[in-house]
Design a protein around this ligand. Sequence first.
Ligand SMILES: [Zn+2]
Length: 157
Amino acid sequence: MRAVLATQTGSPSRPNEDWAAIAPNALVVLDGLSAPAGDVSGCRHGTPWYVRQLGLRIMVGLPDPATTPDEALHSAIQTVANLHSGSCDLSHLGTPAAAVGILRIAENQVDHLVLADIAVLLRTVTGTRVHTDTRVDHVAQAERSAVFQHPLGTVSR
Ligand SMILES: [Zn+2]
């Protein structure tokens, strides 16, 4: 497997909310989501902490071939949720979340998972295949349309 990582902070005034790791047979990419600047969050840890904790726990679950990427993500989400226990309100709409991309290569099999707006591209001898989560296109369409009416970097809401 050949992999290259690059990440860029979404805004110069906010910490980087991306996280990625590569192992010999696996790759995990997270794109953190958080409440807009100035809005309240139910989590005292913040999105950079969240993506670090979640990404590490996903990586821990991937080496076991009996564990699917879905199961590794599920277990990681539960474990990280428990880390907030007693200190954060995870029912708050501003609680950190993340888009997730997982790729695992076994002897004759490639497993992948995409959640939200991450794409996994696989280049094989037969060509390049793109895996995306198209469900995101159908969520909150009115709100997404309103957001895209404003140029990036403006303070308009
Ligand atoms: Zn928290």
